[in-house]
Design a protein around this ligand. Sequence first.
Ligand code: SF4
Ligand code: SF4
Length: 340
Amino acid sequence: MANKIVKKDQIKNLLNKVAQSSQLIAPIKSDSITTFRPVSSAEAVVLDYQNGVIPPKDFFFPQSEKMFTYNINDPTWDIREVEGVPERVLFGARPCDVKSILLLDKVFDAEFRDNYYLDKRDKTTIVAMSCNDCRHTCFCGAFGISPDTAEGADLLFTDLGDKYLVEVLTEKGEKLVNSAKEFFADDDGSGAGAKAKATEMAKAKQMQISLEGVKEKLDNMWEHPIWDNESLRCIGCGTCTYVCPTCHCFDIVDYNDQSAEGYRYRCWDSCQFSNFTRAAGGHQPRPSKKERIRQRFLHKLRYFVDRYGDFGCVGCGRCLEKCPVNLDIAQIITKVKEVG
Ligand code: SF4
Ligand code: SF4
């Protein structure tokens, strides 16, 4: 389908129409924080925002998720599956966060297929928004991502001032356009040029970092002193993993209130916690912060490449912005490159 245009004064009407037939998940401002939330109307949706602290990962891989309920007094245990999600539209995801969903696909839609994740993935239409500006901590370009492309999205919107350019990338995206045709006009051919101009600041402003040779160096840095040095100031809070759109470790826990009824849920875990790898019997393969910090960076920049052919980071910059002691993956990359 050819590129479309939506007038800016019509965008909230379009979103309201979308919200009538699907769950609409969109960026809102809560206090001073931009975050994605299900909304029943477009009234609270923010359209002019830098990427938020919390990525939309939660809508595919929730922070805490009930898996099933049971009753141990029942001879069959009466295991009841939880209901899936409704059809949804995720509006306004930035290109780095869309790429992070493709990376999660590699983990959850692989040899072992995770139905909890796949239900949400299949029922979500992703409408991405190009970045016209970026945070000082952004470096998506290092991973081949651009502020004006969104591989993995169904539609890509770009803010052109008084209108949005809309690129239709998949059949799901085409279906959404066809369901609200009255809001979409044909692009007269000027959209692509206007888009390049609108997004040039984001491209120029982000940190310019090259990953050339980094994976190869890390292949031989298991015992390098960098891990001791970098881990000294880590306080093990796990913030870096909780704000990361690609981190996907979880724990599974049973809960019952000392009654026959209970449920099993899973919740995010973090490789930065000392209990994360503690085994039955007390064995601890990552006994100190050195091993845990090494694991985090090697997982992002080495193991993920070995296993899936791509880096496990999208350069969103959230971890370096939010780490209380400024432990910075962009600086680590630079330091690794300097290793002789
Ligand atoms: S490691 Fe840091 S910069 Fe990379 S995707 Fe995760 S939060 Fe973003
Ligand atoms: S956010 Fe910083 S201090 Fe906290 S666990 Fe991560 S690296 Fe360590």
